[in-house]
Design a protein around this ligand. Sequence first.
Ligand code: HEM
Length: 226
Amino acid sequence: MNWSVVLFGVWPYIALAVFVVGHIWRWRCDQLGWTTRTSELSEKRWLMWASPIFHLGMLLVIAGHALGLLVPPAATAALGISETAYHMVAVGAGVTAGLVLAVGVVLLVLRRFILRTRLRLVTRPGDVVVYALAVVVVAFGLWATFAANVAGPGYDYRETIAVWFRSIFYCQPQVDLMASAPWQYQVHVTAAWALIAAWPFSRLVHVWSAPLGYLTRPAIVYREQP
Ligand code: HEM
């Protein structure tokens, strides 16, 4: 069996299909369970730090990934940004974002599994799977970046991984590009697709219900009844 084709040509489509169908299933069968299933009532002090750090890191990493994976080098070159300048900013900002996210993940894991053992009562097997995948994805993302672009000779993922990533959505996956990437990146993306497949069955569905309306809704005036 050609494992590269399975992992980089088939697995992404399975994960995307499970992601879409899983969300439809969850919405139709479990709307009342569509929540963060917050554990705030069980523990607040650690969560007060861990949650904002994790979410800030996540927003920064998502922004970095959108730029790195979706914007081709020709577009940044057309804007007059040299490859060296792009690389320096991308690695600096990417590592900073990754470290913020890693601190958030470590704090959340410490809180839930080590320091506040009473949280085990409100922890489901699905939570353990999502936490484990998040740890693997973040650890290997950082490892790959450090090994290749901080300590190593440099690896231009915009010419390989990013092209492979976009090719998945054109339905012509360029498997060889991902198969020739350093192995840490391969583990990173394979676990990332697993996280995407697990998404609809986990508390991560709350992302689609972020209460953004609060930001723009009119002020509510409370008056005493006459
Ligand atoms: C299939 C989807 C994904 C692809 C193709 C992908 C690709 C990449 C690439 C190419 C890098 C290296 C960037 C560099 O060397 O500068 C990277 C780094 C990283 N990724 Fe991902 N990634 C994916 C999903 C995710 C997800 C879901 C997370 C978080 C839960 C994540 C977290 C990270 C982190 C923390 C780093 C290291 C720091 C950074 O460069 O931002 N990735 N990823």
